[in-house]
Design a protein around this ligand. Structure first.
Ligand code: ZN
Ligand code: ZN
Length: 291
């Protein structure tokens, strides 16, 4: 160990060790983010160098690149080499970064916004799943012609080309009726639900989600589940529900291989996970597909 190791580096090494040992659970991701906040407030090069490491670990490659670039003007060859590596990674932006566990403030803001929208029981947080897009400059709903700052694009299976729908036209069934369209293919639903009303609400009055392949809607306890969002193994691990989603008959065909398969599920990767939750017993269920 170098004798020039400073307090910032020592702290980072400790946090990184805990993060690696925990295989990336939420508590240790949060600790890294908090340390990132702290380092950003320090105005010394020592702190900035360590900030690059923290951002690198969090896969915030673009951010790491930018901080490093400001530091390397008179830096050594090793740092220049690292800058080159981050430069190639920064193309993906911070898109694949480990997600920061949401703090109270951001949750409050989202909740307030969500309260202004119609409620979709099979897709309860379309803001978080990004089924609904938020924009500062209002767009026109194709169905009702009203201006909206929150809108939906896809999937919507209809003959006519529909680009933009407001939440109200989805929730009221107006859009499905006007265009004779469906937000979820009726032929791609897990069995086990009786009652036409439930299916009608799901396919005609609920925003869908975007799969690599044909979207599939999970069911449990005799009803459709709520779509919770896009996940990979890392997110499931952070939520502490890996065991829960593996305890599901959809994995029966995989046998022992399932433990390996689930580790290869990456949010935004070529094996994508879609998370559902039962509205009645609360169980989490997973669906996966490949690009
Ligand atoms: Zn509308
Ligand atoms: Zn259930």
């Amino acid at each position: 160990m170098s004798t020039t190791m400073n307090e910032y580096q020592l702290k980072y090494i400790e946090l990184k060790k805990q993060y690696d040992q925990s295989d990336g659970d939420a508590e240790h991701v949060q600790a890294l983010y908090e340390y990132k906040d702290f380092l950003e407030e320090q105005d010394t090069p020592e702190a900035k160098w360590v900030l690059v490491d923290v951002c690198d670990t969090l896969k915030l490659y673009k951010t790491a690149y930018e901080i490093l670039r400001s530091l390397v003007e008179c830096a050594d060859r090793k740092s220049l080499k690292r800058l080159g590596k981050l430069q190639s990674l920064k193309e993906q932006g911070d898109h694949f970064a480990l997600r920061r566990p949401k703090d109270g403030k951001e949750q409050e803001r989202q909740k307030r916004l969500l309260d202004t929208l119609p409620f979709f029981k099979y897709h309860p947080n379309p803001l978080e799943t990004e089924a609904f897009i938020q924009t500062d400059s209002p767009v026109t709903c194709d169905c009702c012609g009203n201006l909206t700052k929150i809108y939906y694009e896809s999937p919507f299976y209809a003959v006519e080309n529909v680009d933009c729908l407001c939440p109200e036209c989805i929730s009221s069934g107006k859009a499905a009726k006007k265009y004779d369209g469906e937000f979820q293919d009726e032929c791609s639903l897990e069995s086990g639900v009786d009652g036409k009303d439930k299916t009608d609400e799901l396919i005609h009055r609920t925003p869908g989600y975007n799969g690599w392949q044909q979207e599939y809607w999970r069911t449990h306890c005799g009803d459709y589940c709520a779509f919770k969002g896009y996940v990979g193994y890392r997110e499931l691990k952070q939520m502490g529900i890996v065991e829960e989603v593996l305890n599901d008959s959809v994995w029966d065909d995989w046998g022992e291989e399932r433990d390996e398969v689930i580790k290869n599920v990456v949010n935004g990767g070529s094996v994508q996970g879609y998370l559902f939750q039962c509205l009645h017993c609360g169980k989490y269920l997973l669906w996966i597909d490949c690009d």
